[in-house]
Design a protein around this ligand. Structure first.
Ligand SMILES: [Zn+2]
Length: 401
């Protein structure tokens, strides 16, 4: 039998009594799937997450972990030790903070989608309201300018304190009506009207007037399936988001010794300073590498460690080194700066004047798990190892055995 939907007529009530009709063991241990004769718990439906709260049966409080609807029967998945019995009385309490937040955000969707529908003719073809975010997928493109303008309009409508009316019109009245609908609906159609703003078929709880939405902000927009996906926040969720962003801006401003309005240009300035410094550092490491190469002690093999990542400089230096060191000449370039004790990720280049340098990369692979390869004249790759171990290894390496 269909469950009585108390939330439909009494969205502001938080407690109800009911009778247990059916009980099944839940999938998770300690969980029960319970059907009551009536409920205030809104089930997961139409892209909206279900109500939370508790149900007390025979003096035992059960946590409500999920609520679903199928063929008009609402099932509460509840967690608790004892198995409830059909016929027992139940007292349900919904988490009002959670519910009211959903009501604010859901009604906000009606306001915004009504504005978009009237101005652009687009529909919200994918609505999602979870405990953390609200998204709407419009089947047409909205520009940033339009989004900003519609946000201002939405907040003006909120301030106008318009009623939000939920009713079941007669079949004749419904036929004459133009309304948005998210899906094909069977049975009685519940119409939610905000006069002059939106008419939409919807089964969820809403706030009673637009003023109770409090505030509506669009916090994200992206292209989605040829249209636009928007994320919005309403009421206290929007306030919490504003406070968080305010905190981040203040902290960033303090760290940059500027007020928040100057953060973008201060960051631009710092980025260009950083780019200049990177360029200078790269030229200096190239010079240093070439000087170090000239100062290498005589010997069959030679290796250098560097921060320089300029490939042209590495190859030029390597070509110079191999003339002086006919065995193997190697340069290890640290990927994230050189540290002495721990393993470091290096890219490497190696060349030999007298032998097959692939022998070096193969042995490096065996000993250190390196990657890479190349031609007899030159190999390249990457390796993660301690610097001193690599240096010792190169020193002992024999190119032609
Ligand atoms: Zn609705």
């Amino acid at each position: 039998m269909a469950t009585g939907k108390l939330y439909d007529k009494h969205p502001y009530e938080t407690e109800f009594t009911a009778v247990v009709e059916q009980v099944k063991k839940g999938e998770d241990p300690g969980c029960w799937e319970v059907v009551l004769d009536q409920t205030l718990f809104f089930p997961e439906e139409g892209g909206q997450s279900p109500d939370q709260g508790e149900i007390v049966i025979h003096d035992i409080a059960y946590e409500v972990v999920y609520v679903s609807i199928s063929d008009e029967v609402i099932t509460h998945t509840i967690r608790g030790e004892n198995e409830p019995m059909p016929g027992q009385k139940a007292l349900g309490r919904i988490d009002w903070g959670h519910r009211f937040s959903n009501m604010q955000n859901h009604t906000g969707e009606h306001i915004f989608s009504g504005i978009v529908h009237r101005a652009k003719g687009y529909d919200n073809v994918g609505f999602h309201l979870s405990d953390r975010m609200v998204t709407m997928d419009y089947n047409g493109v909205l520009t940033r300018g339009e989004i900003e303008e519609f946000t201002r309009q939405a907040n003006r409508i909120i301030a106008e304190d318009l009623p939000v009316i939920c009713e079941y019109p007669s079949e004749e009245a419904l036929e004459a009506m133009e309304y948005r609908s998210k899906k094909e609906i069977e049975g009685a159609v519940r119409i939610v009207t905000i006069p002059g703003v939106d008419v939409c078929a919807c089964c969820a709880p809403h706030v009673r007037s637009t003023a109770q939405v409090g505030l509506l902000m669009v916090v994200g927009d992206q292209s989605y399936k040829g249209g636009t996906r928007l994320s919005i926040l309403c009421g206290l969720r929007a306030v919490a988001d504003y406070q968080k962003k305010q905190g981040i801006l203040s902290l960033t401003g303090r760290n940059l010794s500027t007020n928040w309005e100057n953060i973008p240009e201060t960051v631009d300035k710092l980025r260009s300073e950083r780019d200049n410094l990177r360029y200078q550092l790269s030229s200096l490491s190239a010079e240093l590498l070439e000087i170090s190469a000239r100062k290498l002690p005589e010997g069959e093999n030679a290796c250098l460690f560097t921060d320089c990542s300029d490939r042209n400089v590495l190859i030029r230096t390597l070509n110079g080194m191999k003339q002086e060191h006919p065995g193997i000449a190697v340069i290890f370039a640290a990927k994230d700066g050189v540290t002495e004790k721990e393993k470091v990720s290096f890219s490497y280049v190696a060349a030999s004047l007298t032998g097959d340098s692939r022998r070096f990369s193969e042995q490096l692979k065996e000993k250190f798990g390196a990657r890479g390869g190349g031609k007899p004249e030159m190999v390249q790759g990457s390796v993660a190892a301690k610097q001193e171990e690599l240096a010792e290894y190169v020193q002992k390496f024999v190119i032609n055995e």
